[in-house]
Design a protein around this ligand. Structure first.
Ligand code: GP9
Length: 413
């Protein structure tokens, strides 16, 4: 019965994702460069401090890119590894622990594997110990041709935990442009990692009243990561790959700074439960297409699970036969985004679970008025939330994908 429920769910979701519109296959054969930025949150995009932009390079890039202003991280305890797993496999992370550590030997339909089967050279890049989050084993299982870890980089810019993002991008570009195109490259940054204590020599932002607080240091780190992103774009242009590469940049998770007073001071307004929940769960997503088309602000609800099916859509590879749970950002239809905590939004409603996980004790908001709704409005969609999380957990923990695929093949014969 559980398997039949899962099979049926994936069949329906696959149909909903498939849409043969203008963007399907519009960038077939392009390189794809994905950057997952450490602790990169959405609340300071486009914002200034003392008249200076926090993320000037990202803001500039937005003018010729698709910027998703309601993109959610869907991570759990596995933090950076969860963001990676959910984005690449379009499944939810686990309620406890990290899939990378607990089930690296189970089967998933991952973006590097699928692109590898479609003629792409695939590489993961992260200038830290290869064993952290069990990446070395997981990346092999995910089908990457290469994993460039700390040992492959020259430590010519030491910052925080490891190599600075500027040098990391410069050296990563050097590695990937030696490959035969098309390539799929996944870069994970690190310089904006907690506790955000960059040396004075690279601090470029005057954070005023936040100076020497963790919140101020966070803004400084993001300002540095943004400068590195600007250099990456310049490097891509210099190396002649800007016009044939899809650039997909997103944040992995929140910054662990939970004091509401910091955000209220920074944003200059008082914040309610809904505001704070969105601040802590939204990360930016920017997609730059090779021809610079379709730029603008997209405010539909979206999340990390949407990355794999959406990139496959742009490349003209249908995703309906894959066991993926995310939406296609480029298809029409309702978008439903489920967070690991059991929170959800469909762009109209927003449910925040209570710590005791009793439905009635949670909050059901109307996003247009930003006021609390009758809780009952969230009851039915919450059943779908539970169903999705359960299907995802079963798939991961009992290694269900090969079995479902086998049964499907038998039925199709
Ligand atoms: C380390 C980095 C940090 O390799 O990815 O992971 P996090 O602590 O943010 O989960």
């Amino acid at each position: 019965q559980e398997k039949e429920t899962a099979r049926q769910w994936f069949e329906d979701a696959g149909d909903a994702r498939n849409e043969n519109n203008d963007t399907f296959g519009a960038y077939k054969g392009s390189n794809v460069l994905v950057v997952q930025v450490e602790a990169f949150m959405n609340f300071m995009i486009g914002k200034e401090i003392g008249g200076e932009e926090i993320t000037p390079n990202f803001n500039k890039l937005m003018q010729e890119s698709l910027y998703f202003s309601n993109y959610y991280h869907q991570t759990g305890q596995g933090r950076t590894s969860d963001a990676d797993f959910s984005s690449q496999s379009s499944l939810h992370p686990l309620p406890t622990g990290s899939v990378f550590v607990r089930y690296p030997d189970h089967s998933y339909d991952t973006l590097p594997q699928i692109l590898g089967q479609n003629g792409y050279e695939t590489g993961a890049f992260h200038a830290y110990e290869g064993s952290f989050w069990n990446r070395i084993n997981m990346y092999k299982a995910m089908g990457y041709n290469h994993f460039y870890s700390k040992k492959d980089f020259k430590m010519d810019e030491s910052l925080g935990w490891s190599l600075g993002d500027k040098s990391f991008f410069r050296q990563s570009l050097g590695f990937m442009t030696k490959e035969q195109p098309p390539f799929y490259s996944f870069l994970i940054t690190l310089s904006s990692h907690h506790p955000y204590s960059l040396p004075a020599s690279v601090r470029q932002l005057d954070t005023g009243e936040f100076k020497d607080t963790i919140f101020g240091n966070y803004l400084e780190s993001i300002h540095y990561a943004d400068a590195a992103l600007g250099e990456l774009v310049e490097g891509m242009k210099r190396d002649g790959i800007w016009d044939n590469t899809i650039l997909y940049v997103y944040g992995d998770h929140d910054n662990s700074i939970t004091d509401k007073a910091d955000y209220e001071k920074f944003l200059g307004k008082s914040l309610n439960e809904l505001d704070m929940h969105q601040i802590m769960n939204q990360v930016p997503l920017l997609v730059h297409l090779p021809d610079g088309k379709n730029g603008g602000i997209y405010d539909q609800a979206a999340g990390q699970l949407d990355m794999a099916p959406s990139l496959l859509h742009l490349l003209g590879i249908p995703s309906d036969s894959y066991y993926m749970m995310g939406n296609n950002l480029f298809a029409s239809g309702n978008k439903f985004v489920v967070l690991r905590s059991g929170a959800f939004t469909d762009g109209k409603l927003y449910y925040i679970p209570s710590p005791d996980n009793v439905f009635e004790n949670g909050s059901c908001y109307d996003l247009s008025s930003r006021e609390k709704n009758d809780i009952e409005k969230c009851r039915v969609p919450l059943e779908e939330v539970k169903k999705r999380l359960q299907i995802s957990d079963d798939l991961i923990m009992t290694d269900l994908i090969p079995e479902l695929r086998n049964n499907q093949d038998i039925q199709d014969r």
